[in-house]
Design a protein around this ligand. Sequence first.
Ligand SMILES: [Zn+2]
Length: 401
Amino acid sequence: MSTGAWTLPSLGGVCALVGEGLRPLFDCEIVWRGDRIVEIEANSNGRLQDVEHIVLPSFINAHTHIGDSLAKEAYIGLGLEEAVDPHKGLKTKIISTASKNDLVKAMRSVLEQCVSLGVTHLIDFREGGLEGLSLGREASQGLDIDLLLLGRLATPPSKGRILENQGFTDFELEELHKVCEKGNGLGISGANEYSDKMLTQIREIVRGQNKLLAVHCLESHETRGRLKGVLGRDEFQRCFNMLRPDVFVHMTDATPQEISYAFNMGVVVSCPRSNAALGNGFPPLTQILNGGGGLGTDNVMVNSPDMFREMEFAYKCLVGTTRKPFQRVEEVLKSATVNLRPRLGLKPIEVDAEADFMVLNVRELRPFWNLHSLVVNRAQRENIEQVVRKGRKLYEKPVCV
Ligand SMILES: [Zn+2]
């Protein structure tokens, strides 16, 4: 091995899940130099029953709200609007009365937890306008996690202005331009929170800056038709025709046709634990996985940012709601690891990709019959031995003495 290169691991029984398809390579050795993988070698005679370590791409948590980590479990007994409505939800009340220091501390603690859970990238809906963005940046300072912040206005427009189809004021437009510029794009709480004119203005701002545009869409059956009687189009039609986002978050109430339209325009990110916990039902996961969708843990108020838990719930939800066996469990793992990588300019585990991966010790989980299912349905935080981001160790399991 040449100077400056790292090899992982110098142990036997390593299986790496490589490429877009997470294909298992047995008895594998990964060499990286700087932030890049330079060599992957494997033994074609390797066997499943000898696997003791699994190397897989790090998690991309494709939808979070780390800002409500001060309100953990406060949603119990509440429906969607009572919990998270941007005007009157309990989350808004808790956050608006909290000190900045407490907010930053709570967000930082969630980000540290994410690193130890194998998450290297988060796509976060950041509330609170420009100040919200700077608090998010402060919370992530010094942590080598990629926190993509999708901002919004500090104060959402009133319902009256939406129903009259007013546009943004000059002051709001300036704020939106700055939020988009300072963050990674805009994260829209829902088409029902804006007029048709405003949705078009949001699209133009984000496109003008070539950034990311994401929106909550069809989170529940109730949100679909809320403004149809007044504005003539339902929530999906308004998102699709006016906002034209890159990321449709939720799509819990979507028809197969709507899922397919959304994938023609961008990508769908599903948050099944959040949908279930807030009483919104179960998303159409078969179509979302078939389209190459992502997975997110949504509000920290409702869920831990744990992608292992999200994957297991997603798999069982899919089988339970369709009442059919689902063989391709690797599709669930892909939604948590590789499906969104191209949109972030990243690659799966392959030569010349950035060295972003985690190492699971699965010795105590042996014997097992399905590698992908082992990770989706059984692995957990305690199995993580290392998390590597751009060739640097972000996390290493503490050794008990
Ligand atoms: Zn959300």
